[in-house]
Design a protein around this ligand. Structure first.
Ligand code: UDP
Ligand code: MG
Length: 328
């Protein structure tokens, strides 16, 4: 199914993980916002292995309105996998990605659509203000700035997954085979004409965050290691600086030894040497472990890629005429 030129089809992909408290608020607000737009629409809810009443609620929504479609995962595969699966199932000429918790206001979709009609293939929302705790805001701020410095592609600051994509971009993302998914990086990589529109990120409408610190850290690391090789080069720079430092130290020690100078009450002859020895052992040991850790981060991701496991497993799909090709 695809829309006509006058009335294009807009798909809205919504990943959900244990969102029973938010769904009753989301549905009316979303449909109201969408009904105002000059488009036909469909909602693709991706249930990321919820253990609460989310699956039943979604099934009811589908029964009430066939434009609501549901893809259920066999277990929790994570937010990024849910978004990617939604993109695979979406049939729209334009596809929007929206969090279930109404932190991304659906009313903004009108502006996004307007930009899309002007010819932008990627319209992403840029967070102006966040209504979140100080620590989380600081961590996000640091991460986006770090990512922008080290990433091989230009990933816009403070842009989350909330966006509207043209069908052509969706096709590019669908064809990217990577297992470590970082949607906002892949979106930037895809190119085309991209534009950001500012918005204020609301607080979650109901329920609690489904992104504990552990999952956020994982996402941040995926972002850095999937879109940058700068950490690998860190080893080279560390190594070079240490070699430089060593040359300096050798010169100093030689001068000290050969000239019989006193340093801190000692000459080189009665040097205790213990402190210097222990410091260098710890320092070099630390540097080596750090570099090994960085190599490990890449190795683990390469391992995940070469296993070529499906990125998610669908246990049930409601409302689709046929499953999309090449979906896993
Ligand atoms: N989510 C998901 N799978 C997960 C964690 C989160 O599909 O494993 C969904 C969640 O239902 C929500 C979106 O991802 O629609 C963003 O999660 P959340 O709002 O909890 O994250 P936060 O905004 O607190 O970072
Ligand atoms: Mg949220």
């Amino acid at each position: 199914m695809s829309g006509s030129p006058e009335k294009p089809l807009l798909s809205v992909v919504i990943p959900c993980f244990n969102e029973e408290s938010v769904l009753p608020i989301l549905r009316p607000r979303l449909t109201q916002a969408l009904d105002r737009l000059p488009v036909a629409w469909e909602l693709i809810f991706v249930d990321d292995g919820s253990t609460d009443r989310t699956p039943e609620l979604l099934a009811t929504l589908h029964r009430e309105d066939p434009r609501v479609k549901v893809v259920s995962f066999s277990r929790n595969f994570g937010h990024q996998a849910a978004v990617s699966a939604g993109l695979c199932y979406a049939a729209g000429d334009a596809v929007a990605i929206l969090d279930a918790d109404l932190q991304d206001p659906p009313e903004l979709l009108g502006d996004c659509l307007e930009r899309w009609r002007q010819g932008y293939e990627v319209v992403f929302a840029v967070r102006q203000k966040r209504k979140e705790g100080l620590f989380k805001r600081a961590a996000y701020g640091f991460f986006y700035r770090l990512l922008q410095r080290v990433a091989d592609v230009e990933i816009p600051l403070d842009s989350g997954d909330f966006c509207l994509l043209d069908r052509r971009v969706v096709e590019v993302l669908r064809r990217m085979p990577e297992r470590n998914i970082f949607v906002r990086g892949m979106r930037a990589w895809a190119g085309f004409r991209q534009i950001g529109i500012p918005y204020e990120r609301d607080a979650r409408a109901a329920g609690s965050t489904k992104y504990p610190f552990r999952k956020l850290l994982r996402l941040a690391l995926d972002g850095v290691f999937a879109f940058s090789t700068a950490p690998l080069r860190l080893a080279t720079w560390f190594g070079l600086s240490i070699v430089g430092l060593c040359v300096l130290v050798v010169v100093l020690v030689l001068v000290w030894r050969l000239c019989g100078l006193e340093f801190m009450g000692h000459t080189a002859q009665d040097i205790p040497g213990w402190a210097a020895g222990i410091i260098s052992v710890f320092f070099l040991g630390g540097v080596q472990l750090l570099i090994l850790g960085i190599l490990g981060e890449y190795l683990a991701r390469i391992y995940a890629e070469v296993k070529l496991r499906p990125r998610w497993v669908v246990s049930r799909a409601l409302g689709f005429a046929r499953p999309p090709e090449q979906v896993e």
